[in-house]
Write a protein that binds this ligand. Structure first.
Ligand code: C2E
Ligand code: MG
Ligand code: MG
Ligand code: MG
Length: 288
């Protein structure tokens, strides 16, 4: 069934409102939902890779894989827009499956070229509550001859809280495989570390909203400092995303943050730029 038409049928005045141009945003959403279903088969998706560095050595330790979509007529659509639509229209599992297979194949290719890369992928609520996920990942690791530590998973607090029992089961299976698990966008949800500690979590990723202006905002500094302290005391590694300048990088290093990610290190890049970038990059130095 055509989801856009289906939605329109349930909102009888929708059509008229489009004609009047009053709800262009809604029309765009319906178009995106409809076209997203063919994005995989039409080859409109690809992955961008953004590095993370270890503060201990200043060296690259991992890349995060971020999904990209170029719509045939609307052009580039940001994941913050289409991932949510895919989640709500029940299409996210298809995208995640394509993504996992694609990333595994990419890791295999890098390995063949002599680069042993580790990648973190983002998962949604329906992924982590799907009991088949761990088996699927195990199968990928085997088919592409990858070690479990080359894969790690990022899930948001809200994704695990949607069905915490199902998430706990899936994450437990994944962690048995040896895959490491990070809580993404930490600080923006309503969960407590006490709740999250019930899950086999290895890493907290502090949301970029606390990091972007870290060098000038005292409140952000206080939040980040206490998150790092609390996280460490619970045995978690801490990642900061959204590191945009040297001052913030130096602060985070001084606060004991384990890993840094952000435009100051590198923006997400297409897969074919990863090897040349790795070849030319010098260890990062966190002084200001
Ligand atoms: P996220 O996982 O929290 O990813 C971080 C986002 O911050 C990325 O945006 C990244 O490009 C951006 N970013 C990184 N460093 C900086 C910086 O220094 N400054 C600023 N201003 N931004 C920075 P992006 O690629 O647009 O992705 C947005 C979100 O979409 C992701 O947030 C993630 O939740 C979701 N997403 C992306 N790819 C996938 C995917 O394959 N599956 C799922 N389920 N979600 C995905
Ligand atoms: Mg992420
Ligand atoms: Mg994040
Ligand atoms: Mg985010």
């Amino acid at each position: 069934a055509d989801i856009a038409l289906d939605l329109a049928r349930h909102h009888p005045h929708a059509h008229q409102r489009y004609i009047e141009g009053q709800d262009e945003r809604h029309l765009r959403q319906l178009t995106l939902i409809r076209d997203l279903r063919d994005a995989v088969s039409n080859n409109e998706l690809w992955m961008a890779y953004q590095p993370k560095v270890t503060t201990q050595t200043g060296q690259v330790c991992q890349f995060e894989a971020l999904m990209r979509w170029r719509h045939p007529s609307l052009g580039f659509v940001p994941p913050d827009e289409f991932i949510g639509l895919a989640e709500r229209s029940g299409n996210i599992r298809q995208l995640s499956q394509w993504m996992l297979e694609h990333v595994a194949a990419q890791l295999y290719q890098w390995q063949e070229e002599g680069y042993r890369v580790s990648v973190a992928v983002n998962l949604s609520a329906s992924d982590v509550s799907d009991s088949r996920l761990a088996r699927q990942l195990a199968d990928l690791l085997e088919r592409y001859q990858l070690a479990a530590d080359q894969f790690s998973l990022e899930v948001t607090e809200s994704a695990v809280m949607q069905d915490i029992d199902a998430a706990a089961r899936t994450l437990e299976e994944l962690s048995q495989l040896g895959v490491s698990i990070a809580i993404d966008d930490y600080g923006t949800g309503y969960s407590s570390l006490a709740q999250l500690k019930r899950l086999p979590v290895n890493e907290l990723k502090i949301d970029k909203s606390f990091v972007l202006k870290l060098d000038t905002q005292d409140d952000d500094l206080t939040i980040v400092r206490s998150t790092i302290e609390m996280g460490h005391s619970l045995g978690l590694r801490i990642v900061a995303e959204g590191v945009e300048n040297a001052a913030s990088a130096a602060l985070l290093n001084r606060l004991g943050c384990d890993y840094l990610q952000g435009y100051w290190i590198a923006k997400p890049m297409p897969s074919d730029e990863v090897a040349p970038w790795l070849n030319s990059v010098e260890p990062f130095i966190f002084t200001h």
